[in-house]
Design a protein around this ligand. Structure first.
Ligand SMILES: Cc1cc2nc3c(=O)[nH]c(=O)nc-3n(C[C@H](O)[C@H](O)[C@H](O)COP(=O)(O)OP(=O)(O)OC[C@H]3O[C@@H](n4cnc5c(N)ncnc54)[C@H](O)[C@@H]3O)c2cc1C
Length: 310
């Protein structure tokens, strides 16, 4: 990694720049090697400057939300991770128009909506991560999905920000359409007025359900695989005998077979090997090819140049 480029980034972009930042600190699985740098741009201008500099230098970059759906390999990410930590404003207008920046915590937004008597996202209570991550993943729980509440999305594409209608994102199951290199910076939501007490009751019930159903016994990234059409991934995985089985420090949860937990000291390679072993075995036994919901990024440990450290 070109140190001069990181120096220039630090000089030109306001915010904070952490060099050789271990990414296990930023992922819910608590695994992953370092990024050459993690940049938290101070605002929109600094974000554009950063992307321009990195693109001009041909340096890879990646947007990090809450890291709750991300497996970073042990060799880390050979480029710059952009963290929209400073993009965290939430505005709820008297007209019910809601605008939330991408780095705001999803659950904090949901709590504010419930208090304001705005319904549509309360069943997502307790999903970790950011508003940007929820939009990109079209996070969902119960009968609700994030994308259904979206009116418009602010996207940085190249060096231009523009607001795109929700239809342009073509939300699907744990999916939204963004072009490579695009960054979500804010969303506008369209929500229905509802009784705050009822919303609060749903919120509490969902949190309670999550506490019980998701008490899987270790750090995870939620469901690893998407549910195939008409089937449940956890049932297929459990039916193939993977519940409680593992590789190295990674294990398919006894409680929820589609959750892989870090039992302590897992390497990303253990988790990835387990994902591939489960995928291959479920295909062999059932004929169903599971697709990962989690995003896998970075390079294996051995692929990291020695000059850049472990
Ligand atoms: C215990 C647990 C329970 C979970 N339960 C659920 C659940 O019930 N339902 C559900 O849908 N998910 C669930 N998840 C998965 C995860 O929380 C969601 O997918 C969440 O929306 C991811 O948000 P994030 O900010 O952590 O995204 P990250 O993991 O940081 O990123 C996910 C992807 O989005 C990209 N990205 C993030 N922000 C931006 C941005 N601003 N612009 C462009 N790209 C961006 C990243 O590059 C990456 O490719 C769970 C996870 C855990 C750990």
């Amino acid at each position: 990694m070109d140190r001069a480029l990181l120096d220039e980034l630090a000089r030109r972009c306001r915010g904070s720049l952490l060099r050789d930042e271990p990414l296990w600190r930023h992922t819910s699985w608590q695994v992953g090697g370092p990024a050459a740098a993690l940049l938290r741009p101070a605002n929109h201008v600094d974000l554009v400057k950063a992307v321009r500099l990195l693109d001009a230098a041909g340096c890879p970059w990646l947007v990090l939300g809450g890291g709750s759906n991300l497996l970073v390999r042990d060799g880390g990410f050979p480029g710059v991770v952009l963290d929209l930590h400073a993009f965290n404003a939430v505005r709820i207008g008297a007209d019910g128009l809601v605008e939330a920046e991408a780095g705001a915590r999803l659950n904090s937004l949901i709590k504010q909506l419930v208090t304001a008597g705005l319904g549509g996202l309360e069943e997502l209570a307790g999903i970790p991560g950011t508003v940007g991550g929820a939009l990109v993943m079209n996070a969902g729980a119960g009968s609700q999905e994030f994308g259904r509440a979206v009116d418009e999305v602010e996207i940085l594409s190249g060096e231009t920000f523009d607001w795109r209608p929700a239809a342009a994102l073509a939300f699907g199951y744990r999916h939204s359409e963004l072009n490579p290199g695009e960054i979500v910076t804010a969303v506008r939501l369209r929500l229905a007025n509802d009784d705050p007490e009822l919303l609060q009751a749903t919120y509490a019930e969902r949190m309670n359900h999550r506490r019980q159903a998701h008490a899987v016994g270790g750090p995870s990234a939620g469901s690893v695989f998407k549910n195939p059409p008409g089937k449940r991934a956890w049932e297929l995985i459990a039916g193939c005998g993977w519940q409680g089985r593992g590789i190295g420090g990674a294990r398919a949860s006894e409680r929820h077979a589609n959750f892989i937990i870090n039992t302590g000291g897992a390497m990303a390679a253990d988790i990835e090997s387990l994902i591939e072993a489960i995928r291959a075995d479920v295909l062999r036994q059932t004929g169903v090819l599971l697709e990962t919901e989690v995003k896998i990024v970075g390079v294996p440990a051995a692929a990291r140049p020695a000059s850049e450290g472990a």
